[in-house]
Design a protein around this ligand. Structure first.
Ligand code: AMP
Ligand code: MG
Length: 525
């Protein structure tokens, strides 16, 4: 197994001089050294050949003992010094002080085909940032992270990737619903891969301590390596950098809204500076189209991180990042300008994205706004599956005469959880909407066939529904990893028909409606 090691973060940025693995506050440093804990009997559950290829690893490498040793934390790669990053963050709207990589250990950075990747183990034991926790992760949350990272990538959503999922052979104690019922679960380790794991919180921690020197070092480092077209070391450059982070974050959240992904814990320590979806915890996928839905039971009261609120939270998080970068610029105006334009541009980007989901040639102003707004309301009148609705909408013919054709709703009926509710008022609402939709489609010259092809590229057929991950978890926990493998392969082609897998193109089964892990998730992982 050969990796082309090119460390930057732990070579160019200030290190914590304390080399002990004791929990503490760390000052004026971007990271602390931390060695992964040796697992008692590691075994590989699954590895991604595509991610391996990015790193210059072969399918043969994935089967080797060396691979298992390195990516379960048993051995440290020669010539590398693993480390945990220092960062802070706002959790649920409140400043939480120093957080840091409490259970993530960056192994090294590698270069392959002109691209640079950081390899990071999650769940490989304690670090100086572990606070009161154990630094470990369990199989259920690791399966969720491994599958969802790759599913999101193949959906076209910016995300961190996942190379491998291993069992440690050790037991980990968790109280899943935080209700006084702790139980032992299987420990697991995921190797995550991204150009960088720097978060908004990495900048915030130095701002909170008035440490402008280290803040500047980290910002200059980030610009130099990840924002090559931004001017280095100037106030103008810092503002341009902020603008680009805002643009990337907006792109990310528009994609989330397109595919129905709810992150669940959008704290500023979980916001990647590269605009990547990061830290897959109590995330979930919309099934019924419910703008107020959040999968995270910790957030059940406030619903701060509910589906429809995600874009606003990105903006709020950007404001916190602006507060940190302000110390390098000392002028609030340019930051305010970026934040104001985010607000305006987001609405336009969202509408453009929705008009693509509807198969419109081009977003056309106020009539299309009404079409989108009306649809969002009607989708909530009775529980309607978001993924099935949009996927099947592509089968609608614009020649349909809504007045005379009693069966116009047939194309989307599979999306209704309670089809018997679709009568009277609800039926009339749909009738009006489909009549507007047909009218609008007839203004475009696109044929039904071409529209369907285009819609199928933005409306996935297969997403990682919450219950699907749980089915894979239950089997894996019993030692059968075949469903992890099956879902991994399925989700590589979320837009393809894959008729052989059509059992996964279905509404959430009733047994999963209120089941822990399917509709309710906690941060316990
Ligand atoms: P999260 O909200 O899950 O992204 O985590 C917030 C903070 O808690 C981060 O600093 C994590 O590294 C830390 N953390 C979460 N779980 C653990 C754990 N089991 N052991 C140590 N630190 C943890
Ligand atoms: Mg986190």
């Amino acid at each position: 197994m050969k990796l082309n090691i090119k460390d930057k973060f732990n070579q160019e940025l200030p290190a914590d001089p304390n080399k002990e693995n004791s929990r503490r506050q760390v000052f004026e440093s971007c990271f602390s050294n931390a060695t992964p804990r040796v697992p008692s009997s590691p075994s590989l559950v699954h590895a991604s050949t595509e991610v391996a290829e990015l790193l210059g690893l072969t399918a043969e490498d994935l089967k080797s003992e060396a691979f298992l040793n390195i990516f379960s934390g048993k051995k440290v790669l020669d010539g590398t010094t693993p480390y945990a990053m220092c960062y802070g963050g706002h959790q649920f709207g409140n400043w939480a002080g120093q957080l840091g990589d409490g259970r993530a250990i960056n192994l090294t950075e590698v270069e392959h085909n002109g691209k640079s990747w950081t390899l990071q183990l999650k769940g490989a034991g304690e670090t100086p940032y572990s606070r009161t926790a154990d630094g470990l992760a369990v199989l259920r949350s690791s399966i969720r992270e491994h599958l969802c990272s790759e599913a999101m990538f193949h959906l076209g959503v910016p995300t961190t990737r996942s190379l491998s999922l291993s069992l440690s052979g050790d037991e980990v104690l968790r109280d899943v619903m935080y209700n006084g019922n702790p139980a032992y679960e299987k420990g697991a380790i995921v190797c995550r891969v991204a150009p960088s794991f720097i978060r908004f919180g990495n900048f915030q921690i130095f701002m909170s301590r008035g440490d402008v020197k280290t803040l500047k070092q980290l910002t200059d480092f980030t610009i130099k390596h990840y924002f090559p077209n931004v001017e280095q070391g100037t106030k103008k450059g810092y503002i341009e950098f902020f603008q680009q982070v805002a643009d990337r974050s907006m792109e990310m959240v528009v994609h989330w809204q397109r595919v129905g992904f709810v992150h669940g814990v959008m704290n500023t320590d979980n916001m990647s500076i590269l605009g990547l979806t990061i830290d897959y915890g109590p995330y979930g996928w919309l099934e019924g189209y419910e703008p107020d839905w959040t999968p995270n039971t910790t957030d059940a009261q406030m619903k701060r991180y509910r589906f429809a609120h995600q874009p606003q939270v990105v903006l709020w998080n950007l404001l916190q990042l602006a507060n940190a970068l302000y110390q390098l610029v000392e002028d609030a105006k340019p930051f305010e300008k970026v934040l104001e334009s985010f607000q305006k541009n987001y609405h336009l980007e969202y509408l453009k994205m929705m008009s693509q989901k509807l198969g419109l040639e081009k977003f056309n102003g106020s009539t299309d706004i009404a079409l989108v707004n009306d649809l969002e309301k009607i989708l909530q009148l009775t529980e309607t599956d978001m993924t099935i609705f949009f996927r099947n909408l592509a089968n609608f013919s614009k020649a349909t005469n809504i007045e005379s054709d009693k069966d116009f709703l047939k194309v989307i009926e599979d999306a209704f959880y309670q089809p018997e509710e679709v009568k009277d008022d609800i039926f009339e609402n749909w009738k009006k909407w489909f009549s507007d939709y047909a009218f609008r489609l007839n203004k475009d010259s696109t044929s039904d066939k071409d529209r369907k092809t285009k819609m199928n590229l933005v409306n996935p057929k297969y997403v990682l529904r919450n219950y699907m991950a749980q089915v894979a978890i239950d089997a894996s926990d019993q030692g059968d990893h075949s469903i992890v493998n099956e879902l991994f392969e399925l989700l590589k082609k979320p837009y393809a028909e894959q008729p052989e897998h059509k059992k996964w193109f279905t509404k959430r089964p009733e047994w999963a409606r209120h089941k822990v892990g399917c509709s309710m998730l906690s941060c316990s992982s």
